[in-house]
Ligand binder design. Sequence first.
Ligand code: ADP
Ligand code: 5GP
Length: 211
Amino acid sequence: MTPETDKRGRPVLFVLSAASGTGKTTVAREVEARVPGLFYSVSATTRARRPWEKDGVDYHFVTREVFRAWLEHGNLLEWAEVYGEYYGTPRKPVMEALKDGRDVLLDLDVVGKRKLQALFPGQVVSIFLFPPSLEVLRERLITRGVESGKLEIRIQNALREIEGAQEYDYWIVNDQLEEAVEALASIVRAERQRSYRFPRIPLQRSAEVGA
Ligand code: ADP
Ligand code: 5GP
C-alpha cells in the first residue's frame, strides 16, 4: 500500500471571492461539509455583526484596537480595508492546517487573494463566484438583510469587484446552489491531484521488486 504521505501533494489554498451577497459563505460552508480535509478559515473583522451571524463561526468580531494589536503582533496573514472596515486572516489556524496537510478555503477580496499569492507562490487556486444577474444579487442582498441605505452602494461595489474577476483561475455562476457547490468541490478534488503538487512519484517499490 502507498503510504498516506505519498497519496497527497502539497496543501492548496483555495481563495473564493465574489461580490457581497452572491453566496460565497453559503457555497464555501457546504463544500467544507462535503469535502474531507478542507479547513475553512474564519476571518477577523471590525464591522458590526449582522443579526444572523455567529461570532467565531462567520467571523471573529473584534474592535479596531484588538485588530491593530493583532496586526502589530503579526497575528494576521493578510488584511485589507473593505467598506471602511478592517478584515484579516488569523495566521495560526491556517498555518496549523497546512502543517497537518489539510487544504484551506478562504473567503477574501481581490487584495487578500494577491497577498496570499505572494506569500504562497504556486499554492493558491483562485475562484470567482458570479451571481446569475445583478437583479438576482439585489434580491439576495434584500433576502439576507442588507444594512439600511447600503443596497445601492453594495450593487456599485459589486460591479467594481466583478471587474477583478479576470485574474482568477476559475469562474462559477452561483445560480442553482447545488451546481455551484459541486463545481467548487470538483475544483478542490481535481487541484489536489495535480502531479506537480506531489513530492515524488506515489509508487512504492516492494522489497521483492527491488531485490
Ligand atoms: P456572501 O457570503 O457572498 O455575502 P451569502 O452566502 O451570505 O453571501 O448569501 C447571500 C444570500 O443568498 C443568503 O440569503 C443565501 O441563503 C442566499 N443564496 C446563496 N446562494 C444561493 C443560491 N444559489 N440560490 C438562492 N439563494 C442563494
Ligand atoms: P462582508 O462584510 O460582506 O462579509 O465582506 C466584505 C468583503 O470582505 C468581501 O469581499 C469578503 O470577501 C472580504 N473579506 C472577508 N474576510 C476577509 C479577509 O480576511 N481578508 C480580506 N482581504 N478580505 C476579506
